[in-house]
Write a protein that binds this ligand. Structure first.
Ligand code: ASP
Length: 478
């Protein structure tokens, strides 16, 4: 007899089956005991009658106990069907019952949507929180979205390539997480803020169409809808125009919405386009919410905000988030890259770039949905003199640039094609389409708003031996 999932039982009427799962609910009608057994596919009703020799054990069953059941699939008597349940037309008459685990009572209920429970509690017991159908569904949809992206790009000759997590500090505008090296005392790796430099190296290597479902790690002060780790669909292409990049993304998202979210209505196809200047003038925002009806939960206003400024003035860079900025600043205001310094400015006139950074636009576009930025990208700077000028505007000395970005400059000198890319964020997109208030609802194991993982209890201390091996001493704040 094969072991099948609950949902399959509907195909097995009159047959013997074996199924496994968790007790969702238990109730009695007269002497008959019913349980709803939950597995990954659905709930199914199990019936225990007093005449069976497992009846005594069935009486002891409690919610969330883990069971293995053998029984016969029967049609439910007329009038007893449950139209709300996919398996509502059948039930299983249990013949054999094995209790695989006697679970304790859960710290909270899992048959509600969970919003009413404190987040501390939900995240501490995330493995229980995830038993909730809403979160199960969110993660299933997340997987479908990622699968769609993969298929879409692979069909178009893209290659998926993983890049390292242990890498070097890069100037993407946030603070890096750093990892001490045991073998090289006093030296550190950094976790990638994004695979930006690696993907450009792959282009130098001749992979003309790259993508990756990439994890990006940024040690930011927690603000609103952010996480220390987020996932993005990282894309890079050689010999590409910005128009081609935007068209690819447009096609991908139109196809994705049609297939996975057919109930949603896209405000405008082709997607709305607007320059950064227009957006700031008209909406005072670089991520305007362009929905026609903001109360409609099924409207998706995708937009490309184009031609971002190349540079941004930071009043107080040392207090800001960026290592790149704080490394170089003397505490006064200074210029930094609006996105990242690898973007191509819209002029290659070096004098102009250095003289009037304020007026320099970049070949840089943002992807916006319902008032939130869900991605950014553009054409990369392959003119090494212009790239040097950009770093200089950002406050780097020439010698420092040569040292910090040696590999990048060297790689390009061996022949780099024009290239560009984009990286739409997956968490934010999902939170918007699923009408979730926070990206934590679409991530399996998110951190709290203040960057802790309550389930694993991190950040946490390490042993003195570990610190010793790393040549690290903790200095307690007085
Ligand atoms: N690396 C950029 C980011 O993570 C995206 C890109 O320019 O492709 O924001």
């Amino acid at each position: 007899m094969e072991k099948i999932s609950n949902i399959k039982t509907t195909e097995y009427i009159g047959k013997q089956v074996k199924i496994c799962g968790w007790v969702q609910t238990k109730r009695s009608h007269g002497k008959i005991i019913f349980i709803d057994l939950r597995d990954k596919s659905s709930l199914v009703q199990i019936v225990f009658t007093p005449s069976s020799n497992i009846y005594k054990l069935a009486q002891k069953l409690r919610p969330e106990w883990v069971l293995k059941i053998q029984g016969v699939v029967n049609k439910r008597p007329k009038g007893m069907e449950n139209p709300k349940l996919e398996t509502g037309k059948i039930e299983i008459q249990a013949r054999n019952l094995e209790v695989l685990f006697q679970a304790k009572t859960l710290p909270f209920s899992i048959d509600t949507n969970g919003y009413e429970i404190s987040e501390e509690k939900r995240l501490k017991y995330r493995y229980l929180d995830l038993r909730r159908p809403r979160l199960k569904k969110n993660l299933e949809i997340r997987q479908k979205v990622i699968q769609f992206m993969r298929n879409f790009l692979i069909e178009r000759d893209f290659i998926e390539i993983e890049t390292p997590l242990l890498t070097k500090s890069t100037p993407e505008g946030s603070r890096d997480f750093i990892v001490p090296s045991r073998l090289y005392p006093g030296k550190f790796y950094a976790l990638p803020q994004s695979p930006q430099q690696y993907k450009q190296m792959l282009i130098v290597a001749g992979f003309e169409k790259y993508f990756q479902i990439a994890r990006c790690l940024r040690d930011e002060d927690m603000r609103g809808n952010r996480q220390a780790e987020h996932t993005q669909l990282d894309i890079e292409m050689a010999f590409v125009s910005r128009e081609e990049i935007l068209e690819l993304i447009e096609k991908l998202y139109i196809g994705l919405v049609k297939k996975i979210f057919p109930e949603k209505k896209i405000t405008k196809i082709p997607f709305i386009r607007m320059t950064h200047k227009e957006a700031m003038k008209k909406y005072k925002s670089d991520k305007p919410d362009l929905r026609k009806n903001k109360k409609d939960p099924d409207e998706l206003a995708f937009a490309f905000i184009t031609d971002f400024p190349m540079f941004k003035w930071h009043e107080n860079p040392s207090a800001g988030a960026s290592t790149e900025l704080s490394r170089m600043s003397s505490g006064q205001g200074k210029w930094g890259a609006e996105h990242h310094p690898f973007t191509m400015p819209q002029t290659e006139d070096i004098k102009k770039i250095k003289k009037e950074p304020k007026n320099i636009l970049a070949l840089q576009d943002d992807f916006v949905l319902n008032g939130q930025e869900i991605g950014g990208g553009g054409i990369r700077n392959t003119n090494l003199d212009v790239l040097t000028a950009v770093f200089e505007v950002c406050g780097h000395k020439k010698a420092e640039i040569k040292k910090n970005f040696k590999n990048y400059f060297e790689a390009f000198s061996y022949g780099v094609p024009p290239h560009g890319g984009i990286a739409p964020g997956i968490d934010r997109f999902l939170a918007i389409v699923l009408n979730e208030p926070n990206i934590r609802e679409v991530i399996a194991f998110p951190k709290t708003g203040d960057n802790r993982d309550l389930m694993m209890d991190v950040p946490s201390e390490v042993t003195n031996e570990q610190l010793k091996e790393l040549h690290i001493k903790i200095v307690k704040k007085k």
